[in-house]
Design a protein around this ligand. Structure first.
Ligand code: URA
Length: 230
């Protein structure tokens, strides 16, 4: 799509006003001012008008408190999916931005906006995610140090990025990581001699799981929440 068309469709400006805003240097594309209205936008682009990130109308952005036993997929023949918990009219073109294992609970983001979900999940954007981890045994101080420094996961070439560990109790920690490798939290804990009994995602970037949401509950993200993630 052309830049002026995207700006007009997503901001409510007319095409002429959009062209004027672009020519006037009010629009950035992936952080760079772009004054050419005919620029063809690549995939996964972020367009900002006068400091306000733009999204095409009709896009939906939801958070859900995912219950255990529900899979982070749009369809599954054997298990209920996160989309099965939503009214059908909300599910069209919806996908999950950052999966959770079936037995993991907590903050799940769902959207129709592929560019936004790409920014949320891309390893390049470094978006931190915080998990409440219940362990079968307390962690040793050496294990905590290892998590904080980065650990080697079996069959991965690079160590994990340094994580933040907040010790909440004997066998409960909050772990903040900024990657999204396969089963990352469980594998990190296993690599330092721990075993995860329960895992619950509390936060992605600045977006906190709404404590008013019961398991299976959902709500639209506020504009500020949506914009904070891209
Ligand atoms: N890490 C895991 O091991 N599982 C999840 O569901 C999320 C992060």
């Amino acid at each position: 799509m052309r830049l002026d068309q995207f700006v007009a469709n997503s901001s409510g400006l007319s095409r002429k006003e959009a062209k004027r805003a672009i020519a006037g240097g009010e629009v950035t594309v992936n952080g760079e001012t772009c004054t050419a209205a005919n620029t063809q936008l690549p995939r996964d682009v972020q367009v900002v008008l006068a400091g306000e990130p733009l999204a095409l109308p009709g896009e939906r952005y939801l958070m859900m408190n995912k219950p255990a036993g529900v899979v982070s997929a749009t369809t599954d023949s054997d298990h209920p999916t996160a989309l099965d918990l939503l009214p059908t009219e909300l599910t069209r073109n919806l996908h999950i931005a950052g999966r959770l294992d079936a037995d993991t609970t907590g903050l799940l983001l769902l959207t129709t906006d592929g560019q936004w979900s790409h920014r949320v999940t891309s390893p390049r954007t470094d978006c931190p995610k915080t998990y409440r981890v219940t362990l079968s045994e307390p962690l040793t101080s050496r294990a905590v140090r290892e998590l904080e420094q980065g650990v080697h996961l079996h069959s991965d070439s690079k160590p994990t990025r340094p994580a933040q560990v907040d010790i909440l109790g004997e066998s409960t920690i909050d772990l903040t990581i900024s990657e999204g490798r396969y089963h990352q939290v469980k594998r990190m804990l296993a690599a330092v001699g721990g075993h995860v009994e329960a895992l619950h995602r509390l936060q992605i970037g600045a977006v906190l799981l709404d404590p008013a949401l019961e398991p299976g509950g959902y709500r639209e993200l506020t504009r500020a929440e949506k914009n904070s993630l891209g």
